[in-house]
Design a protein around this ligand. Structure first.
Ligand code: 13P
Length: 279
């Protein structure tokens, strides 16, 4: 199944296309993303962060996405995002995820390679795609002191790809998770050096705060997957809050969600257009 994903991402890198991954939390935001992807006739990646996978169980997340495949015009790839646990990756693989990310970026390079090797070995027989990370994505609890702290080292990317063999690699090139006070400065020079050094499709994290032109430029330089999360869940939570606040005593989930889903869908369509300017 994910051999197909891995080869799709290789094709995307070769053709300067990019798969959008959206962090989803439940049936309602997934519904909005699926409708948006249908609107533009695109496949997408539904990504669960570890708290979502742990709260609901990877098995239920798989079944939820299976359900949406009935209404999706194109493939939905289910991905475990930013797992720092090898065991959680194995669980997701056992439960049929198409793709898992083992994030060893907070460890030294040797440990990162070792963790990635273990997940790649486990994923291979199941045909599951593996994403690894070098460098750091800023924001949230990641505090960096200097560029050396977060910028992916080319030598480390090469070592990780050669020794562990992940399918795709997330690279720290200046982006941050979530809303940032100023637009993050992307280090395109470093992206070019990395893309020249390894053939793997590269992944851009922190999609919410990246300017459209930077997204598009990075896609011409080896980025074949982009992760977008905060803009989706904050729209979802804000709009839900606004609707509930109108009459809290009468708040009934399907009536609230009927109004919230199209607003989340609108935001997702906007981001999908930024990633696919040819549409
Ligand atoms: P944003 O929340 O900034 O969109 O980033 C999402 C992400 O990179 C998930 O891995």
């Amino acid at each position: 199944m994910s051999q197909a994903l891995s080869s799709l991402l290789n094709q995307y890198r070769a053709n300067q296309r990019c798969l959008a991954g959206f962090n989803i939390n439940d049936i309602y935001d997934l519904h909005a993303v699926a409708l948006a992807a249908n609107e533009l006739d695109l496949p997408f990646m539904a990504m669960t962060y570890p708290p979502v996978a742990e709260l609901n169980g990877t098995w239920l997340c798989r079944k939820m996405v299976d359900g949406f495949e009935r209404i999706a015009k194109n493939k939905i790839y289910l991905h475990l995002d930013h797992s720092t646990s090898v065991d959680l990756c194995k669980k997701a693989i056992d439960d049929g995820y198409d793709s898992v990310m083992i994030d060893g970026s907070h460890h030294d390079i040797k440990t990162n390679i070792k963790m990635t090797q273990e997940v790649v070995k486990y994923a291979r027989s199941a045909g599951v795609c593996v994403e690894a990370e070098i460098g750091k994505i800023m924001g949230r609890d990641v505090v960096v002191k200097s560029e050396d702290d977060y910028l992916a080292s080319v030598a480390d990317v090469v070592a990780l790809c050669e020794e562990a063999g992940p399918d795709i690699v997330a690279v720290g090139i200046g982006t941050a998770h979530g809303f940032t006070p100023t637009t993050p400065k992307i280090h395109f020079e470093r992206l070019k050096q990395i893309a020249d050094a390894v053939p793997n499709p590269l992944v851009l994290h922190g999609g919410t705060g990246i300017a459209d032109e930077d997204i598009q430029k990075s896609i011409t330089m080896g980025i074949a997957k982009i992760n977008i999360g905060t803009i989706v869940h904050t729209t979802y939570m804000r709009e839900t809050h606004n609707e509930i606040s109108k009459d809290v005593k009468a708040a009934y989930p399907p009536f609230i969600m009927k109004d919230v889903i199209p607003r989340v869908q609108e935001v997702v369509v906007d981001r999908l257009k930024a990633v696919n300017p040819h549409l």
